[in-house]
Design a protein around this ligand. Sequence first.
Ligand code: MG
Ligand code: ZN
Length: 225
Amino acid sequence: MKKLFTEDGKSFEIKINKNLYSKNSELADKNLETLNKHNIHAIDILGSIGSGKTSIIQQLVTSLNKKYRIAVIAGDLTTTIDADRIKNRGAKVLQINTEGGCHLDANLVRNGMEALDLSSLDLILVENVGNLICPSGFPVGTHQRIVIVSTTEGPYMIVKHPYIFQNATVAVINKKDLAEAMEVDLKQFQDDAIKVCPGIKTVFTNARTGEGVPELIQALKLKEK
Ligand code: MG
Ligand code: ZN
């Protein structure tokens, strides 16, 4: 793969290591195969640090843990804060410390899956590392992708990160209660999401109160309780 860059009117090409991406994609397909064999549905959850990934996961687990046996694979650079927050909500939690790595990849998620008893699970939620850039190039082998942006990140999160939305099922616009204070237009987020990914579903949430979570569950075609 070649990428074109321009600087002061001159353009030059940089070769990107295609091998790295294709190896990851192969492994992602393998992960999906394994999940399907065990009848497990898996969702990759993406968003910047502080957008509300862990809070949304807490809400999903609370709403779904009677219907589904759930495990959360939580990626984090160094801490176990998120894993600790999810643990007492009725899901198994597996923490992957990427030791500085800025995204999860199919191999890390594979290792996580191998550490879980897949025969005792129906649903795996993957909390990716907080970053909306490079995870777009590293599918981990899930059935669906949720991308979360929050109103406090300003109005341009979707238009500035189009690639991450292209393979997403649902765009979650979180912290909807703060939209007015932040002077951002919720409808604009929805328009932007459809512009970068026609057919994507958008859901407005307040992850702290759980508002919008039933709509998210519906958008994911999961069944509550
Ligand atoms: Mg988190
Ligand atoms: Zn990365």
